[in-house]
Ligand binder design. Structure first.
Ligand SMILES: C[S@@+](CC[C@H](N)C(=O)[O-])C[C@H]1O[C@@H](n2cnc3c(N)ncnc32)[C@H](O)[C@@H]1O
Length: 261
């Protein structure tokens, strides 16, 4: 499969998955989410005051993060590759009556923006769907203004491995070579199933540093309260079955990096 085939498969996969993902997730519209059942931006404060700042959200899905950021006064552009995810975003934007731009595009090469045009580039759970993370991060670094921030929330490499329900433990077969997950459920209309690319912590950190960005924080978010607890901006049935696992093994890794002055 070449890179374009991978993208088409992932786009088709997200188009097929969008209705159940949006229905079964409870995603807040007044906070930025970083991990299932974990606290969000109101707690971690990675972004600083975004009021009046130019923000790019990549792989926005239903654009819940963009809605929160726009409510906080940011001038937001949100981008996604899946038409169905984008139409959910359009509906939510209308219902919430906030203003921001929504674009269809590939986050691996967001070439439609001018260099140095954003104060913050962020994404929750988009980075693991692109084959070439380094290319994407190089472009993100170009898009940032000096002192601008990158906030990356992505799947933790340990989430690539199976949870053994009987032993209540993780079966880590080969940490240094995390598998590429091929989604099991075939999507309709003959498209190939999508892929998720897991990356070791070393690879994630090296990719950010190689793009010329300075890492200021790295977080492995821990769930708060119980699954029904409303403190997390990212919860719902979609995640509830994995509660025990989520309390023992990090699902996400969050990196805050800054472009030097
Ligand atoms: C797990 S969802 C996350 C959506 C949203 N950020 C959230 O947290 O709910 C992954 C999103 O990545 C998008 N995506 C996958 N590959 C992409 C690409 N190459 N460019 C832009 N968006 C992409 C999918 O369409 C999907 O909306």
């Amino acid at each position: 499969m070449d890179s374009q085939d991978v993208k088409s498969a992932i786009r088709a996969g997200w188009d097929a998955m969008s209705p159940s993902y949006q229905a079964d997730s409870r995603i807040a519209l007044d906070d930025v989410h970083y991990a299932p059942f974990a606290p969000g931006e109101r707690y971690y404060r990675l972004m600083g005051d975004v009021s009046g700042k130019r923000v790019l959200e990549l792989a926005c899905g239903g654009a819940q993060n963009s809605i929160a950021l726009a409510k906080w006064g940011a001038e937001v552009v949100a981008l996604d590759i899946s038409p169905n995810q984008l139409s959910h975003a359009v509906s939510l934007r209308q219902v919430t009556d906030v203003e921001f731009d929504l674009l269809s595009g590939d986050m691996e090469s967001p070439t439609m923006f001018r260099p140095s045009s954003f104060d913050l580039v962020m994404s929750s759970f988009g980075w693991e769907f692109i084959p070439d993370l380094r290319k994407c991060l190089d472009r993100c670094a170009e898009l940032l203004r000096p002192n601008g921030r990158l906030v990356m929330s992505t799947v933790h490499p340990l989430s690539a491995f199976d949870w053994n329900v009987a032993t209540r433990s993780l079966s880590v077969t080969h940490y240094f070579n995390p598998p590429v997950e091929v989604w099991e459920d075939p999507v309709p209309e003959g498209h190939s199933p999508g892929l998720t690319f897991f990356r070791t912590i070393e690879e994630l950190v090296s990719s950010v540093i190689n793009a010329g960005l300075c890492i200021e924080r790295l977080i492995e978010p821990y769930p708060v309260g119980l699954p029904e607890d409303e403190r997390s901006p990212y919860a719902g049935r979609y995640w509830a079955d994995h509660w025990e696992r989520l309390t023992k093994v990090p699902f996400a890794v969050v990196i805050l990096a800054r472009k030097p002055d």
